[in-house]
Design a protein around this ligand. Structure first.
Ligand code: TYM
Length: 334
């Protein structure tokens, strides 16, 4: 088993990233057998599709590395690196640009969302973003890619590209990867609007819980989270059509290891005031150790850089055979 996943180092790690992806990365790392390997990386090359000052980007990459380690990624067991240090990603992307079809990229909903109305003004980087993502995955012959629901379409495209390349050039070069998207945490929603996902790019910080938020901020954000006036229902079926309520119950269930049904049974008939107080307590307890560890790691640039450099060396070695195979299949002499 080869596990691989990435995260853009923009802004803070939030509860959506954590529950949707990082928690599963940690679980897969911890359950890994001796034949398996895990690769986790900071998609800093992807992050240039959003403008950022140089100093801020440098800080973001190191802080996201610290956050991943704080959340449980162990650089001694998993290969942890930043994409820019492994040029094979950019190289394979170029080779895959010959395989990717414009029609495929035109269907990507994330491009449509991020480009907005001004399609002509969007960067080429944003448009070909999914080709770089395919290169990320295919370079390492990844079999399992743990992500949130919003990455599903990019991974389907990755599979299409792998199949087309293998077929077009008559090779068995790329492994076809499977996305791993746990149903319960596939889409953690904004605390302000149960119909949009929790996201780093939401201008309102009240819409998300950051893994760096202190206890008071967590309590405030949960207290102010949007809900509806109805009490908690008897079972989760009663949360139908109540996206904000369903989201909060789902988060509570995930952290306590319960099912949404049993959370409803526990709080049935109570208003959201009481439930939110209990949820805030659960979150504060669960996130405190991660935040404490993050604070210890943050700022030690030399130590973080050393980890990322070592990870990049391992990643580059693992990527090389695939990259060589791709050049060779295309008849390119290096
Ligand atoms: P990114 O940085 O937006 O998010 C990182 C991971 O967090 C998940 N996620 C969520 N899951 C549930 N609910 C949410 N509200 C939520 N918000 C974010 C994302 O699905 C993702 O798994 N393009 C990717 C990074 C990437 C990548 C890759 C991933 C680059 N190359 C190769 C996998 C394989 C991205 O922007 O994720």
């Amino acid at each position: 088993m080869r596990v691989l996943s990435g995260i853009q180092p923009t802004g803070n790690l939030h509860l959506g990233n954590y529950l949707g992806a990082i928690r599963n990365w940690v679980r897969m790392q911890d359950e890994m057998d001796s034949d398996s390997q895990c690769f986790f990386f900071l998609a800093d090359m992807h992050s240039i599709t959003v403008h950022e000052e140089r100093a801020q980007r440098l800080r973001n990459v190191r802080e996201m590395a610290a956050a991943l380690i704080a959340a449980g990624i162990d650089p001694d067991r998993s290969v942890l690196f930043n994409q820019a240090r492994v040029p094979a990603h950019a190289e394979l992307q170029w080779l895959l640009n010959g395989t990717a079809r414009i029609g495929w990229l035109n269907r990507m909903t994330q491009f449509k969302d991020k480009a907005g109305k001004n399609r002509e003004g969007a960067s080429v980087g944003l448009y070909v973003y999914p080709v770089l993502q395919a290169a990320d995955v295919l370079l390492y012959q990844a079999t399992h890619v743990p992500v949130g629901e919003d990455q599903k379409q990019h991974l389907e495209l990755t599979r299409d590209m792998a199949v087309k390349f293998n077929t077009d050039f008559g090779v068995d070069l790329f492994t076809i990867p499977d996305p791993i998207i746990p149903k319960e945490t596939a889409r953690i929603m904004s605390l302000r609007d149960g119909t949009s996902k929790m996201s780093k790019s939401d201008p309102s910080d009240m819409s998300r819980i950051n893994l760096t938020d202190d206890d008071d901020a967590i309590v405030q954000k949960i207290r102010k989270a949007k809900t509806d006036p109805e009490p908690l229902p008897e079972t989760a079926a009663g949360l139908e059509g109540r996206p904000e309520a369903a989201n909060l119950v789902g988060i509570f269930a995930t952290f306590t290891g319960a099912t949404p049904d049993s959370v409803c049974a526990q709080f049935v008939g109570q208003g959201f005031g009481a439930f939110k107080a209990a949820l805030a307590e659960v979150l504060v307890e669960a996130l405190r150790p991660i935040r404490t560890r993050f604070e210890e790691l943050k700022g030690d640039d030399a130590a973080l850089d050393a980890i990322l450099i070592k990870g990049a060396e391992k990643a580059a070695a693992a990527a090389e055979p695939t990259l060589r195979g791709a050049y060779d299949a295309l008849g390119l002499m290096r």
